[in-house]
Design a protein around this ligand. Structure first.
Ligand SMILES: [Zn+2]
Length: 383
C-alpha cells in the first residue's frame, strides 16, 4: 500500500506519542519506512515544530542515536469533562503535560443557562490559570454525559439532568471562544485516555465502565472506538437489574444506575444518616469501619458484576476498566465485581478478561478530552 506523506507523518506522530521518545531508526523499523524517507519527514516535522530533539538514546554499537519527542509548545488544548454533579477542566500542552486544572460543582437540577455560564467561566479561568495565550489554544474537547450528536455537538438528553436537553453545546461555546470545539460522550473521551495513557495501552478490545453520578461504557473493538448506529452504544445505565428496585431518574425501576452509581450510593447513605453524605465523608467513614457503607459498596459491586458478566459473554473483551470515585479501595468494589462476574459469566471468555481499576484518577476524563482534540487536529482522527 502506498502511503501519502501526510499519512506517514500521522503514523510518526502517533508512534512518538506512544513511546514518549524514539530514534529515527526505531521509526523506520516500526513503521517499515526507509531511512531516507524518515530523515526527510523528521526534518520537516521539526521545522513545523511538531517534533523536537530530546538527548540521546542507547546505542546498538557506535554513536548513540538522538531521540525525538513531541514538541510541547506546538499547541495547547483544553479538555473538559462533565458529569451531572461536576465540571472538570484541564489545559494541556501538545505532549499532554497538565498546565492547569480546575473543578467546579454543579447540580443535576441546575438550569441550562446556569450550567452554560459555569462552563464558560471555567474555560476563562483555565486559560488565565495556565498563562497560555488564547491564540495558542488549538481546540476544546468536551466529554459530556448522556446522548450526544458528535457531528452537530448537540447534547440530546441525560436522564439525570432534566434541564439539560437539546443543548447546542458546540455552537454556544464556539460563539463564546471562537475555537474548534469537539463534543463527545464522556465515556468515549475517558476510554481514549485509558487507551493512550492508562491501563488500556496494550489492549485492542476494551470496555471502559464509568461509575460516576451515572453509569456508562466506552467500547473499543479491534482498536476502533465503537459508537453504534445512533452514537448511543454502551448506554448500560438503564439495564434492569432488580424489577423491585428503587425508582430510577428515567422513570423505571431497578436500573443499574439506580442501584450501583456513586449518586445512588450516596443517596442511600444520606437516607440512612438523615443528612447529606458526600463522597469524601463516605470514604472517611468506610475507612473508619462503617459496615453499612461496606455493604452498600458490596451490593453495588454485585449488581455491576451481573451486568459485567453479560458484557463478558456477549462481547468477549480482553480488558474491562472500571473508573470512578467508588474505586479507591481495590478490595471491596472491584473484588465484588470480579467475583460476581466470575460466577455469572461463561468460563471461556472470563478466563481471557482482566477487570482492572483505572489508574488515571479524577483528572483522567479531562486528559481524554484534551487528547480528543489532538486526535482530531493532528492524529488523523485515529485512536
Ligand atoms: Zn433508568
Amino acid at each position: 500500500m502506498l502511503l501519502s506523506e501526510r499519512e506517514k507523518e500521522i503514523r510518526i506522530l502517533h508512534l512518538v506519542r506512544e513511546k514518549g521518545a524514539v530514534s529515527r531508526q526505531e521509526i523506520s523499523d516500526r513503521l517499515s519506512l526507509n531511512n531516507s524517507t524518515v530523515s526527510i519527514l523528521v526534518v520537516r516535522m521539526i521545522k513545523e515544530k511538531l517534533l523536537q530533539e530530546k538527548g540521546r538514546g542507547t546505542s546498538r554499537g557506535g554513536r548513540k542515536p538522538s531521540l525525538l519527542q513531541l514538541n510541547p509548545s506546538q499547541a495547547y488544548f483544553i479538555g473538559l469533562d462533565m458529569e451531572a454533579v461536576a465540571l472538570r477542566g484541564m489545559v494541556s500542552d501538545f505532549a499532554f503535560q497538565k498546565l492547569a486544572y480546575i473543578k467546579k460543582d454543579i447540580s443535576p437540577q441546575e438550569t441550562r443557562s446556569s450550567i452554560l455560564k459555569k462552563i464558560i467561566s471555567l474555560l476563562n479561568e483555565l486559560i488565565e490559570k495556565s498563562g497560555i495565550d488564547r491564540g495558542k489554544i488549538s481546540g476544546i474537547g468536551i466529554g459530556a454525559p448522556g446522548l450526544i450528536d458528535p457531528d452537530t455537538g448537540v447534547v440530546i438528553s441525560h436522564a439525570l439532568m432534566p434541564h439539560w436537553e437539546n443543548v447546542p453545546l458546540k455552537d454556544v461555546l464556539y460563539a463564546e471562544c471562537h475555537l474548534p470545539i469537539f463534543v463527545e460522550n464522556n465515556t468515549r473521551t475517558r476510554l481514549l485516555a485509558e487507551k493512550w495513557f492508562g491501563v488500556g495501552k496494550e489492549a485492542q478490545n476494551i470496555i471502559c465502565i464509568d461509575v460516576r453520578s451515572g453509569i456508562g461504557t466506552g467500547i473499543l473493538v479491534n482498536g476502533q472506538m465503537y459508537k453504534g448506529a445512533s452514537n448511543s452504544a454502551g448506554e448500560i445505565a438503564h439495564v434492569c437489574v432488580d424489577k423491585n428496585g428503587p425508582l430510577c431518574a428515567c422513570g423505571r425501576r431497578g436500573c443499574l444506575e439506580a442501584v450501583a452509581s456513586e449518586l445512588s450510593i450516596l443517596k442511600t447513605a444520606s437516607r440512612i444518616k438523615r443528612k447529606k453524605v458526600d463522597i469524601e465523608e463516605f470514604w472517611q467513614e468506610l475507612e473508619a469501619g462503617n459496615k453499612k457503607w461496606e455493604e452498600l459498596l458490596q451490593r453495588a459491586g454485585r449488581y455491576l458484576g451481573l451486568v459485567v458478566a453479560q458484557l463478558i459473554d456477549f462481547f468477549n473483551p480482553e480488558l474491562i476498566i472500571v473508573e470512578g470515585r467508588l474505586i479507591r479501595r481495590e478490595d471491596t468494589f472491584i473484588e465484588e465485581i470480579r467475583k460476581t462476574a466470575k460466577e455469572n459469566a461463561l468460563s471461556l471468555p472470563y478466563q481471557k478478561v482482566r477487570i482492572l481499576p483505572s489508574t488515571l484518577g479524577e483528572e483522567g476524563g479531562c486528559l481524554g478530552s484534551a487528547a480528543w482534540v489532538w486526535k482530531e487536529n493532528y492524529g488523523g482522527g485515529r485512536v
